[in-house]
Design a protein around this ligand. Structure first.
Ligand SMILES: [Fe+2]
Length: 279
């Protein structure tokens, strides 16, 4: 079974992060022992720092294409709040442009991909977060329509026949942080719990958004619950830097669903080593 590389929050377009992503691409190939064709890359949103900034989406796409050319054939992405605007203020026009850029199709979420008998179910946690009254904060909301479709997808025979099922989205579904939460996390829990009670396993839930990068394994009865942090180490806003309890981490993980979660591990990139060397 193929392994998963989970990363998040690249924020391309912020400072020199386009080059940090290039460094990540260069490192990934040398840091995965089995060869790139054995991995599926999942990126849980905030590919760009500001969708309004010209060139950022193009730079992100060029990076993904470079990853593909280096052998990582399967790359799955979902949007984050920054992929639809500034991070706080979103614009509905970016929903279509994100799909056009990264999927080349006008699909409906959840996005279902079955790869080597693993069902990957991607959610848009910004789906109901683009109204004028959502402009102030960076919260997420899946919405009833998407949650109903998720339930339908989990009941599909082809999904049930899979060996494993992985749900991925941008917003953190568990950990409460002021003005950053997934508003309908309780409803998502209900849909996933209902499936698990019917014997349809949810083997991993992958997300980003908070930039913290911690594991929350076992929450809702799901063995792997991973926040990938921010691969490029996007720093926090200077306005909240006083809160010492919040730590930004780059937590790209290599996940083997056939092994115990304790065997999953984090990748360290060359640029991180260079950052540590700086005075
Ligand atoms: Fe982010």
């Amino acid at each position: 079974m193929k392994k998963i590389i989970h990363m998040s929050d690249l924020h391309i377009g912020y400072k020199d992060f386009k080059y940090r992503f290039m460094s990540i691409i260069h490192d990934l190939r040398s840091k995965v022992p089995s060869g790139p064709s054995q991995y599926i890359i999942v990126i849980t949103g905030d590919l760009v720092n500001d969708a309004n900034k010209k060139g950022s989406c193009g730079d992100a796409l060029r990076g993904l294409n470079r990853l593909k050319r280096s052998g990582f054939k399967h790359i799955l992405v979902v949007p984050g709040n920054h992929d639809y605007g500034t991070g706080n203020k979103g614009n509905k026009k970016f929903v279509a442009s994100f799909k056009k850029t990264f999927y080349r199709s006008d699909l409906e979420y959840p996005k279902l991909d079955i790869i080597n008998r693993i069902a990957f179910i991607g959610l848009d946690s910004m789906a109901e977060e683009l109204h004028w009254y959502d402009d102030l904060w960076a919260q997420g909301e899946l919405g009833k329509k998407q949650l109903d479709r998720l339930e339908e997808i989990l009941n599909l025979k082809k999904v049930q026949r899979c060996n494993k099922r992985v749900v991925y989205l941008h917003h953190h579904p568990f950990k409460w942080r002021p003005l950053h939460q997934l508003k309908d996390a309780g409803k998502l829990k209900k849909v996933l719990t209902k499936a698990m009670q019917k014997g349809i396993s949810i083997d991993a839930i992958l997300f980003g958004h908070n930039h913290e990068g911690d594991a929350h394994n076992g929450t809702w009865g799901i063995p792997r619950c991973y926040d990938a942090g921010t691969a490029t180490l996007k720093p926090r806003s200077k306005y909240v830097s006083w809160a010492t309890w919040f730590k930004v981490q780059s937590s790209t993980r290599v996940i083997d669903l056939n092994q115990d979660p304790a065997k999953d591990y984090r990748v360290t990139y060359t640029y991180q080593e260079k950052l540590q060397e700086e005075p």
